[in-house]
Design a protein around this ligand. Structure first.
Ligand code: ARG
Length: 444
């Protein structure tokens, strides 16, 4: 591809080190759609004849078929998916040699990655609604089930199971917004930036943008080939979701212990021990907790690739893809597994009620009653604290009463929990609808 300038090829021993094919293979559908759009743009500028355009489009569709069907023959010298596709296209039709006008692999890979990120962000939004829905429907079914709420993993005050489950749904809804932000960040069309300094050719950037359904054009050709912020945003959103799933998983692990016994793990989401016949382990939850490590690793690894890179494109940027793809795959897998795990949670009403009947959970209620009768809070706190110390604290009412008194916006009152669960379900539906419509269809 750069034969003119070189007398000798790259050392064969370095081909594997230099190649990114194993990783960026995943980009091929985007690379082909982007090449079709670029070719149409060249034709519209009068830089490519109709006949050549037709031959190129036809050739690209054939390359796509070969790749889809596993019939594509890779060469040792294919450095990445972009060179492999162009090499094969040119074997199929000599018109292929005209395709790369005005284009560099630098803006090409920036474009492919943005196309990938839009699809990934949309799939992630849809996957996250699976977990959110599962949490919302469990929350609705357990809106009035009382349980102890914890701080420092010590019994604190009464809450409801529904309220606690929705406390895991809210961060995931925020992650959905993070994924949508990452989508918007990727929604810029870089082609026409060339290697870094755009092109002397009259490229029709606006036409290519429309063809690929991008919201905007990139505005600086140097930034366009150097920027991976959109990928960093997406990987961060993946890490954030994975961290949230790990916290949900940890609650499930704790609840499933004999010591707590708040949930029973359904057989379908549990594993046994090869040695101890009695064991039923929360492996899926533990894996969710462990998998978060991968996502955090991806975030650190992408940030480290970008740190200190001089503008514009540097080959280091090839290392963006392992981190990006791993973060996306891991988040998608984890979200799907978490949805199944939540769907199969069976809460033990009696265990929960008995834990929630601990009178100490109502110590604050007693202090707050004193406040109602005019006692300054510090004084009330001390009085009740002494009763706890002396073992003479008497619950003023049943725990259900305490829950029904907790009726502020955002509080665990069963009516509020049920209403929020319904609203969360509706938000999930709206997010799924958004994901269905994004991104737009690519040229084929
Ligand atoms: N495989 C390369 C990457 O993923 C494509 C761009 C190569 N550009 C270059 N100037 N060597 O970043």
């Amino acid at each position: 591809m750069w034969g003119g300038r070189f007398r000798r090829p790259l050392l064969p021993e370095l081909e594997r080190f230099s190649s990114s094919l194993e990783i960026d293979f995943e980009l091929y559908p985007f690379d082909i759609a982007a090449s079709i759009a670029h070719a149409r743009g060249l034709a519209a500028s009068g830089l490519l004849s109709r006949t050549r355009l037709t031959a190129i489009e036809r050739g690209l569709r054939r390359v796509k078929r070969e790749l889809d069907e596993g019939e594509f023959a890779f060469h040792d010298t294919d450095e990445d998916i972009h060179t492999a596709i162009e090499r094969r296209l040119t074997e199929i039709t000599p018109a292929g040699a005209a395709l790369h006008a005005g284009r560099s692999r630098n803006d090409q890979v920036a474009l492919d990655l943005r196309l990938y990120c839009r699809v990934a962000a949309s799939e992630l939004v849809s996957a996250i609604t699976g977990v959110v829905d599962a949490l919302a429907s469990k929350a609705r079914a357990h809106a009035g089930w009382v349980m102890p709420g914890y701080t420092h993993l010590q019994r604190a005050q009464p809450v409801t199971v529904g309220h606690h489950l929705l406390a895991h749904a809210e961060p995931l809804l925020r992650d959905a917004e993070r994924f949508r932000h990452a989508y918007a960040a990727a929604d810029e069309m870089p082609l026409g930036s060339g290697a870094l300094a755009a092109s002397t050719l009259p490229l029709q950037r606006e036409r290519v943008r429309r063809e690929l359904g991008f919201e905007r054009l990139t505005v600086n050709s140097i930034d366009a080939v150097a920027d991976r912020d959109f990928a960093l945003d997406l990987v961060y959103a993946c890490a954030s979701a994975a961290i949230h799933l790990s916290r949900l998983a940890e609650d499930i692990v704790i609840w499933a212990t004999s010591e707590f016994g708040f949930v029973r793990l359904a057989d379908e989401v549990s594993t046994g021990s090869s040695l101890m016949p009695q064991k039923k382990n929360p492996d899926i939850a533990e894996l969710l907790r462990g998998r978060a490590g991968r996502s955090i690793g991806s975030l650190v690894s992408l940030a480290a690739v970008l740190k200190g890179l001089p503008l514009a494109y540097d080959r280091d940027l090839q290392e963006d893809k392992p981190a990006l793809f791993a973060a996306v795959d891991n988040a998608l897998d984890s979200l799907d597994a978490a949805a199944l795990l939540v769907q199969h949670l069976e809460f033990d009403r009696e265990r929960l009620a008995s834990a929630a009947s601990d009178p100490a959970l109502l110590a604050t209620d007693v202090a707050e009653e004193l406040v109602r009768s005019g006692v300054p809070f510090r004084k009330a706190h001390e009085t009740v604290g002494r009763q706890v110390r002396d073992g003479s604290l008497k619950a003023p009412w049943k725990v259900q009463v305490s829950i029904s008194k907790r009726d502020l916006p955002g509080a665990p009152h069963p009516r509020r929990v049920a209403a929020r669960a319904t609203a969360v379900g509706r938000e999930a539906t709206a997010l799924r609808r958004w994901a269905k419509g994004h991104p737009p269809r690519l040229p084929s």
